[in-house]
Write a protein that binds this ligand. Structure first.
Ligand SMILES: Cc1cc2nc3c(=O)[nH]c(=O)nc-3n(C[C@H](O)[C@H](O)[C@H](O)COP(=O)(O)O)c2cc1C
Length: 196
């Protein structure tokens, strides 16, 4: 009798365990299925157009909304002058005012954030952007263009700043390579599970 009860108890426990496993698996599947239906925003800052090209390719590929981060005070069009202004802003930790806000930010589940490296950092308007919204529970995906400094640790800065968000693996693209980067972008989108 005792042995029979023990057998039934073990069977029940095994049953419960396998139920748990199945439900976890089906939850994973449900989540990845829902991934297709998640609302995506591709936000970016770009001064000379490289990051914009990448942003447009991502937005077209995954059918996301696109948002350009722009400072009210325009940056000089002269490269040397722009680097001087950018260096000053970085030194003084300036948070430039932005021209517009994302409408209904809360509707987005996945937010790409693109920017060029400026002085081994993000341009200051990107900091303003990051500090302007509640990213709790969002999936954030950085993409970066640069002239040789790679991402310069900026994805970890984003991870630290947006502690309530899940920050996925970034993509960084060397500026000379922008016009040939679409297949690398597509491969990365697949790797991070955004594109099928
Ligand atoms: C103000 C300024 C600072 C820059 N600083 C760096 C840097 O520190 N490291 C780097 O690799 N590239 C640097 N670059 C090059 C840009 O990151 C690179 O050309 C980028 O692709 C430009 O993107 P955009 O066309 O979207 O503005 C700098 C460019 C500018 C204008």
């Amino acid at each position: 009798m005792l042995r029979k009860s023990l057998v039934i108890l073990i069977a029940c426990l095994l049953g419960l365990m396998s139920f748990n496993c199945t439900s976890n698996n089906s939850k994973d599947k449900a989540e990845s299925k829902n991934n297709n239906e998640k609302k995506v925003l591709v936000s970016y800052f770009s001064w000379s157009g490289n990051t914009e090209k990448v942003a447009k390719h991502i937005a077209e590929t995954i059918k996301g909304d696109i948002f350009k981060i722009e400072a009210v005070k325009k940056y000089p069009t002269d490269y040397k002058e722009c680097t001087r202004v950018a260096r000053e802003e970085r030194r003084n930790k300036v948070r430039p005012d932005l021209t517009k806000k994302v409408s209904k930010f809360e509707q987005y589940d996945i937010i790409f954030i693109g920017y060029p490296i400026w002085w081994s950092d993000m341009p200051m308007p990107v900091y303003t952007f990051l500090e302007s919204y509640n990213f709790k529970g969002k999936t954030v995906i950085p993409f970066i263009t640069h002239g040789g400094s790679d991402e310069s640790g900026t994805s970890d800065i984003i991870r630290d700043k947006l502690s309530g968000a899940t920050v996925l693996k970034y993509l960084s693209i060397y500026d000379d390579y922008i016009d040939n980067a679409n297949s690398d972008i597509d491969t990365w989108l697949k790797e991070i599970g955004i594109k099928k």
